[in-house]
Design a protein around this ligand. Sequence first.
Ligand code: ZN
Length: 282
Amino acid sequence: MNVYVSVDMEGITGITHGDMMMIDQPEYNRGRKLMTNDANAAVEGLVQAGADYILVNDSHGPMRNMIFEDMHSGAHLLTGSGDAKPHCQLEGADSRTFDCAVLVGYHAMARTRKAIHPHTIAGAVVSELRINGRPHGETGLNAAVLASLGIPTVMVTGDATTIGEATDFLGNEIKTVTVKESCGRNAAICRPPAATLPEITQAAKAAVGVRGDVKLYTPERPQTIEVDFNTMQQADRAGRTAGVDQTGPLNIRIEGTNLWEQYQVLWAALRSALYEPAVWLQ
Ligand SMILES: [Zn+2]
């Protein structure tokens, strides 16, 4: 049995502030450790459930946050720049046949109140992302893209808003662990690792068992991905990506019937939007 694990950082046990989440920040090394611990707890549960191959994709910001030398022996770690990962938070999900997927440390979609750093993929550029008109965050989007490969998402961990979002999109059959209750963007009531890590292990072990009961989250085809950007320049840059239609001063659309391919187009468009041109081109 093969299990795919995508690990973000905003929804990790004890992480509430930007000072733990980016390389140049003073508490970053503590954040990395906490992130590695939550991921390892999930891997331990998956190993106990009989997983033979577990691919863990470091899915936050620089995408080389997790401390490799501290990784659980049952995992393989996909680490390295998002610029070299055309499928970003889902890189490698097509590298073999995965039986199910687990999302660890996820966060709520853009514009969610009382959530740690709510955003959708890239808060600097994305104001809102929709599939078939419905706003999606990374949990719903990634579950839909994984479903296009036939992979059910069976477990999500994060703050309370993330878990609410996850069950809204994926149903109550999935296993969840709420590691904190957020008061706002940078503060939360946190459960300590001694409480959350055993729960994450148990949930992961149980999640494998319900993979046959969890329905694939498949938005109706054809699927229309729409993105609203924060600035017109971002939308203009994204709109020049192959496969993207610019539909307004701030808006793009990606039509298709294959979300795995559409996600690759989406990430290429967002990378273009994120890149500021050289000074002489501005
Ligand atoms: Zn993140």
